[in-house]
Design a protein around this ligand. Structure first.
Ligand code: UD1
Length: 422
């Protein structure tokens, strides 16, 4: 397994262009199945999760190429709606294929995407939504068989604003007969991006970004060319890394409005942030201040996907901060690793009480999930001495060549791959 070796203590400095959003690209790739023909998607990041999605689409019969950030996807040749279990289990986001496959083929067979390091991650809301649109769903062990001769628009209220369920229902409803209304819908920017993409293919969807989305079904969709929004979580990770190393970084290709909760938290911590169009400048010359209370919640509140990274900054702050995780029950596993680097954190249920220390010390630490892995990299950059981050395949799921990106900002970070035994 590859690992990252970091010599910490060097402030990040320089300019970086932010990659396209993984969490927007994945549902958009799945939604491409709704239109027969060749769709071109620009600004698709080069990541493990994207590779898995493209491999699934190829397995379904599509032709897919990913060159220089552009995916060219021909869905005309798709011939099956059955996703093999081995591929389903490689990535939770494979569940996004259920809605589009059902709408295109009138049936689909998928598998439970399986457990996850950050919590249980149920799919009941996805299934309830598709049932409301007229699907018959049979669950045999891990296997889920969905059938619908015809999808019919419906009023669907989500008991929780699930991002994935909102997206799956939008995609299936795009080709349903009549109007679908999703209330208590998730409001994340990636949902707006999916709406823009579907509408570019000819769908009639309104309201993404609010808690009520209306989908007027159309008979068919046509392929299009589309550019994915910038990744707000990657941008947020770099912003926190800049602050934690007391550096000065300029981020280009961002949508600052998507980062307003993070910007608010960082400013409360005393970090300087200047926003100018799609550029964000982050600087932190002195020790950050503690932030009394941060609670992760659905957008536009503070994102769970930035919780672990911000925790690293707070371990170095002056005073006691409280960070509460309300989205995923298993998402404080990085606390043990950070504690071994000298952080002073006490966990009570889903809340972390963080007493800032003057410095962290390098250690060998294990990435337990994607964002926890990114947090350990930030800790390594800020720490005194050498840090080794293991299990970095988690990080490769969401960050495009993280070591190259950070080296360009002056970080001393290298990737080591094991030498194969002959
Ligand atoms: C998406 C993001 C992920 C982010 C998460 C929350 C993608 C590819 N991933 O994941 O990075 O951390 O949003 O912002 O976009 N739930 C149910 N039943 C369901 C679905 C969800 O109980 O049918 C629960 C989950 O267990 C979890 C919560 O709802 O506790 C949030 O999940 P959801 O919003 O669906 O997240 P994802 O779409 O999986």
């Amino acid at each position: 397994m590859d690992k990252l070796v970091i010599e910490g203590g060097k402030p990040l400095s320089g300019t970086i262009v932010i990659q396209g959003a993984k969490n927007a690209a994945l549902p958009i790739l799945a939604a491409s199945l709704l239109a027969e023909g060749t769709t071109t998607i620009d600004h698709v990041p080069d990541l493990l999760d994207i590779d898995v999605m493209l491999n699934i689409l190829r397995e379904l019969g599509c032709r897919a190429e990913h060159v220089g950030g552009t995916v060219v996807l021909d869905t005309e040749t798709a011939h099956t709606s059955h996703v093999p279990e081995s591929l389903m289990r490689q990535m939770r986001s494979s569940i996004f294929l259920m809605g589009p496959l059902l709408a295109r083929f009138g049936e689909t067979q998928v598998y439970q995407p399986g457990g996850c390091a950050i919590g249980e991650r149920k799919i009941d809301l996805h299934l309830e939504g598709l049932k409301a649109l007229g699907a018959e769903i049979e669950e045999i062990g891990n296997r889920i068989i969905c059938r619908a001769d015809k999808l019919q628009g419906a009023d669907i209220h989500l008991s929780f604003p699930s991002v994935g369920a909102t997206e799956n229902i939008m995609m299936a409803a795009a080709l349903a007969e009549g109007r679908t209304t999703i209330s208590n819908a998730a409001r994340e920017p990636e949902i707006q991006d999916l709406q823009h993409f579907l509408n570019a293919m000819g769908a009639k969807i309104m309201g993404a970004g609010t808690d009520t989305i209306t989908v007027d079904g159309v008979q068919s969709l046509t392929p299009c060319r589309y550019k994915v929004i910038p990744d707000r979580i990657v941008a947020g990770t770099i912003m926190v890394a800049a602050a934690a190393t007391r550096g000065q970084v300029t981020l280009q290709n961002t949508q600052p409005a998507h980062l307003s909760s993070l910007i608010h938290v960082l400013r409360r911590a005393g970090v300087q942030i200047v926003v100018d169009g799609d550029i964000i400048k982050v600087g932190c010359a002195t020790r950050p201040k503690a932030v009394e209370r941060i609670v992760t919640s659905p957008y536009p509140a503070f994102p769970t996907d930035l919780q672990s990274q911000v925790m690293v900054l707070l371990t170095l702050a002056d005073g006691v901060s409280i960070l509460k995780e309300t989205i995923f029950e298993g998402r404080l596993k990085h606390v043990d690793e950070l504690s071994r680097m000298g952080a002073d954190i006490r966990v009570d249920m889903n809340a972390a009480f963080i007493r800032g220390v003057p410095r962290l010390y390098g250690a060998t630490a294990e990435a337990t999930d994607l964002r926890a892995g990114a947090a350990l990299v930030i800790a390594g950059l800020a720490a005194q001495g050498k840090t080794v981050v293991e299990q970095i395949h988690h990080i490769d799921r969401g960050y495009e060549k993280i070591e190259t990106m950070l080296s360009r900002l002056g970080a001393r970070i290298s990737r080591y791959a094991p030498v194969p035994n002959n």
